[in-house]
Ligand binder design. Structure first.
Ligand code: RAM
Length: 354
């Protein structure tokens, strides 16, 4: 009972019903695991590795991850590589493997380049989970996908179609060129575009990389406007990129509009469906939910409640029950939920949360 009451309060506090979809649909946690013994992280040490320092996205996810693990009796060390590269993450991993961590949960800067190092970690008995950006299937035991890859790509393509008025040039402002999640979304966007006639009047003129650095993302936005005078929409599937582009487009009164993936707190002043705002609407997912689900998934791996195999089930505390499914890359994943849309109707409320 206690669990259900806490869950209900948390769901209510999260404002959007979609934030707690699994719980609402399927709360079997009391029947299956009365005391949720699988959630205990007593005495466990977990390392959380982000893509790079100075990105609020990772700080928000890490806060939720850490408080979840600590509430279950474990400890978390959050580590950021010096740059958003695989090489810098390999250095971080080298250091972590030599310590006695029970698990490493990582957002990968590259799909394949971390494989040898992450395999070394797994061979050393360290559980390897990933969140946000997945290293390839052999480099991990499980991926915590914030929203299905195709679902994110579909939402972005439809936003581009809608905001452009159904035709014209658009460009993608991404993070780094090697970024696993960014490239998966971009590939899925291209597939969606090619697979349906309704996108046939859209032209993807360029994909540029701001490396998740505000200044570089601003410069890339300026260059896009310079190079493509008729550019109608920029889609930035990165929180750093979209915030930088939003400011640049708005400050310069550009007619080019913006969508993508952003943090409501960083996008509030740019969100609006009028000439004064650069971004009519954009998407993301429940950030606290991402941190929490990543934490519970990692704990479940450590405790042997799951191995990361398809159809494995576990209870993610008050988020409810989750089942592991096949991921698009041949590995497995657990999906938090659907992408969430942010526009003038909810931006103010959501900006208070993340
Ligand atoms: C940036 C990072 C992160 C991505 C978000 C949407 O913060 O690239 O990996 O998930 O944007």
């Amino acid at each position: 009972m206690k669990k259900k009451v806490i869950s209900a309060i948390l769901c209510g506090a999260m404002v959007l019903g979609t934030v707690c979809p699994v719980l609402a649909a399927d709360d079997k946690s009391e029947d299956t695991k009365t005391e949720a013994a699988g959630n205990s992280a007593e005495g466990k040490k977990i390392a959380l590795v982000g893509k790079a320092a100075g990105n609020a996205f990772f700080e928000i996810a890490a806060d939720a991850f850490k408080s979840t693990v600590e509430a279950e009796g474990g400890t978390v060390e959050t580590v950021y590589p010096e740059t958003a590269t695989a090489d810098a993450q390999i250095k971080v991993l080298d250091n972590l493997i030599s310590q006695d961590f029970d698990a490493i949960c990582i957002s990968a800067n590259d799909v394949n380049a971390l494989q040898a190092k992450l395999e070394e970690a797994m061979d050393a008995g360290i559980k390897v989970s990933s969140f946000d950006s997945a290293p390839n299937k052999d480099s991990r035991e499980i991926f915590v996908n914030q929203a299905g890859t195709k679902e994110v790509a579909q939402a972005l393509m439809d936003a581009v179609l809608d905001i452009s008025g159904g035709e014209g040039q658009f460009a993608i402002l991404s993070a780094t060129s090697q970024s696993a999640n960014q490239n998966a979304w971009i590939d899925a966007m291209k597939t969606i575009m090619e697979g349906d006639d309704k996108y046939s009047k859209l032209e993807l003129v360029d994909v540029v990389y701001g490396d998740d650095e505000p200044q570089k993302s601003t410069d890339q936005t300026a260059a896009l406007l310079q190079n493509y005078k008729d550019l109608k929409v920029i889609c930035a599937p990165t929180t750093v990129g979209i915030a930088a582009a939003a400011k640049y487009l708005q400050d310069n009164g550009s007619e080019c509009k913006l969508t993508g993936l952003g943090l409501p707190s960083e996008m509030q002043e740019y969100t609006g469906d009028d000439a004064d705002h650069s971004c009519p609407y954009f998407y993301l997912w429940d950030m606290q939910g991402l941190g929490k689900l990543s934490a519970y998934t990692t704990i479940a791996l450590i405790n042997g409640d799951i191995t990361g195999a398809k159809d494995d089930k576990f209870t993610a505390g008050d988020l409810g029950d989750y089942t592991i499914t096949d991921a698009d890359d041949g590995g497995t994943e657990v999906v938090l939920g659907a992408p969430l849309k942010f526009d003038t109707s909810n931006i103010e409320e959501m900006a208070k949360l993340y």
